[in-house]
Design a protein around this ligand. Sequence first.
Ligand SMILES: Cc1cc2nc3c(=O)[nH]c(=O)nc-3n(C[C@H](O)[C@H](O)[C@H](O)COP(=O)(O)OP(=O)(O)OC[C@H]3O[C@@H](n4cnc5c(N)ncnc54)[C@H](O)[C@@H]3O)c2cc1C
Length: 368
Amino acid sequence: MVGSGPAGLTFARVLHRHDHPVTILERDPSPDARPPGGTLDLREGLGQLALRKAGLLAEFQALSRPEGQAMRILDADGTVLRDWPPRPDDRANPEIDRGQLRDLLRGPLDVQWGRAVTKVVPGTRDGVLVHFADGRQETFDLVIGADGAWSRVRPAVSSATPDYTGVTAVETSLDDVDTRHPDLARLVGDGSVAVYGVNRALVAQRNSGGHVKVYAQFRAPLDWHANLDLDDVEAVRSSLLALFDGWAAPVLDLLRHGTAFIHRPLYVLPVAHTWAHVPGVTLLGDAAHLMPPLGAGANLAMLEGAELAESIAAVTGPEDLDKAVRAFEEQMWTRAGRWAKITTAGLERLVSSDPAEALALFDDVQPS
Ligand SMILES: Cc1cc2nc3c(=O)[nH]c(=O)nc-3n(C[C@H](O)[C@H](O)[C@H](O)COP(=O)(O)OP(=O)(O)OC[C@H]3O[C@@H](n4cnc5c(N)ncnc54)[C@H](O)[C@@H]3O)c2cc1C
């Protein structure tokens, strides 16, 4: 297994539950080498089903925030257009911090940190040859690439590379909102607040512990920052405030009080990304089907991890292993293709020249 994100860890945890050994190779030097990222909503039939297969659903329910399903939409003047508080018993998509999910999944697993894979060569006499950044090489029976958007395993099965969507996100965050920014805490509420304008959007999401992540999204060429130093916090802030000029002051305060800014141009793989099966190598999660971040990627990654692990655990011989992987790939492609279409169309409507499209999208998907 290459990668210890949601896909890799869920795969390894389910195999572990079936008493199967698995080697987890992770590029990061330690679990806390990078900030773990924002909150994830895990859906009943996807991410939560994967957690059930891992025997971790009850622990997830204890950690997750059903109140985080609250969603509010404002217009650029700050007028509330929609407000969807979750029903008290609604557990369809509760939120969990990515770091909490990672720790829950990792549990007893033994991750090999600092093992960046650079290349995978299938079909050698001893199996699948894996090259590492430190020059070492090892062979394995089966290599599973769960190494995300810029997968180094993917070239072993497919020549596809991610394309820029035309939409960029810049992420910032606020800490201790309830005490330091009570007005913003009220604006964000228990879940998310989103504001849609012409070809731009601002979305703020509450994480646990009074932490709020803010995403400024806008249509722009990839080199939009050619004259901007992305490491200069004040310069990025000014550039974003200029981009959202004229929006209501409380909404812009989300940018004014943001601490650091992280540049995230949104890339995707082709909607129907498939490949001719290569014995000994497969892909999971973003490595297989990178799509716009509209609440599906981690869910799919986890369910695929759980399903592949269950299939492998049921295998009795080497030829069955290859059959199981092939069957898994077919199932993954069908489901992921469906979600890639939905999320690609969703991004077109959420960051578009007509903000009414974003509202209409939410009206279609939110429970009335
Ligand atoms: C802002 C944002 C919000 C999102 N919100 C949601 C949401 O609410 N719900 C949802 O379902 N999805 C969401 N997503 C999508 C979700 O984050 C991804 O789809 C998900 O993380 C994919 O999991 P993964 O395990 O496939 O890949 P990743 O999470 O990218 O994990 C890949 C792992 O592989 C490691 N790795 C990479 N290269 C190598 C290498 N060469 N060698 C060894 N290890 C390597 C990485 O360090 C990492 O640990 C969001 C995405 C973004 C950007």
